[in-house]
Design a protein around this ligand. Structure first.
Ligand SMILES: [Zn+2]
Length: 343
């Protein structure tokens, strides 16, 4: 065999191997995700016009209208108490509390029995608003968390484009008030839009665009918090492998950050819920320099292909994710899960 024919045979085999990694549905959702769509969403959501999306603020209201419009264009079912909006009392302990809005839509499942069970894909669309002084007054919050918000939109658009929807229903939620102490997701946990005991999993997205971690470049890679807490991360690892994204445990962040994001409130009630990120610490974190031009949109698109495939798999599976009873740090969640799903 000549060198040329060996090379040809190898490339055919590699091509076949790659093709085998994606089912037709996975290929369809993967092909639907584009860097340019993500760039468009992030550039708008983190533009100066939206004034840093504080809760509550004019900028956050505009962002919410934009998100609801996107969900409507995808043909998702409105899931809130006011169309796509869930009215959130920001400080329930205060009688005169300000109100804000989570934004939520449902892609109804196709299986007669499983369509009444739900997988949640979420992110937070608020940020920290305006600086008191300085040359630049706007905390744009491009990576934190316009990137997660845009990733939810793009995965939703990809999954909604499937001719046959996955078996389970998927709820796409963009939370407000995260920067005020997870108040949007905490409100959701107390006032769920679909039954908690029928919610099998939550994947939450934070900081999906920057690859310049303070610990060095983080390309074609992502982390999940609570990596050993349940078997949900395995679905994301598998999806990542199919598109060349290494989804791994961050030894420092995995357990430490588990309760620091919008997966926490539902995890504490027993739903296997994790937050996925490309980087944790990055330059410009909660600084006015967190702007849309600094994100790596090609990398983000590839990570989001893994997200869309993972959600497709979670929503297609007959089996729901389970907490890991063999991991001592997960005990509180194992116990909460037993209580929640026993009902
Ligand atoms: Zn965030």
């Amino acid at each position: 065999m000549t060198r040329a024919s060996v090379f040809f045979l190898c490339s055919v085999l590699l091509g076949a191997e790659k093709a085998r990694l994606l089912t037709p549905e996975m290929r369809a959702v993967s092909n639907h995700v584009t860097a340019s769509a993500l760039r468009g969403h992030v550039a708008f959501l983190s533009s100066d016009l939206l004034e840093g999306r504080d809760t509550p603020s004019r900028g956050l209201e505009i962002a919410g209208e934009y998100l609801a419009t996107q969900l409507r264009l995808m043909g998702l079912e409105p899931a809130g108490d006011d169309g796509y909006f869930q009215t959130v009392v920001v400080q329930p302990e205060n009688l005169n509390s300000a109100k804000s809005r989570n934004v939520a839509g449902i892609l109804r499942g196709s299986d007669p029995l499983l369509k009444d069970s739900y997988v949640i894909l979420s992110g937070h669309y608020d940020h920290i608003g305006l600086a008191k002084q300085g040359a630049d007054l706007i905390f744009n919050g491009a990576n934190d968390d316009a990137s997660g918000t845009a990733s939810v939109l793009e995965a939703a658009s990809a999954l909604a484009s499937l001719k046959i929807h996955p078996k389970r229903s998927i709820v796409f939620i963009l939370f407000c008030c995260e920067e005020k102490g997870l108040r949007g997701s905490r409100y959701y946990a107390l006032h769920p839009l679909v039954p908690l005991a029928k919610t099998s999993a939550q994947l939450n997205l934070e900081q999906m665009g920057r690859t310049d971690s303070t610990e060095g470049p983080h390309i074609k890679a992502a982390n999940l918090t609570g990596f050993d807490f349940s078997d949900l991360p395995l679905a994301v690892v598998d999806a990542g492998r199919r598109v060349g994204i290494a989804v791994t445990k961050d030894p420092k962040g995995s357990d430490a950050y588990f309760n620091r994001s919008d997966n926490g409130p539902l995890a504490r009630l027993g739903i296997p819920a994790h937050t996925m990120s490309v980087t944790y610490d990055f330059p410009d974190y909660h600084a006015v320099g967190d702007e849309w031009q600094k994100l790596d949109y090609d990398n983000m698109a590839q990570v989001d292909r893994a997200v869309a495939i993972a959600v497709l798999e979670l929503a297609s599976s007959l089996v729901a994710p389970r907490w890991n009873a063999a991991y001592p740090q997960a005990k509180q969640y194992v116990d909460a899960g037993k209580k929640l799903y026993a009902k």
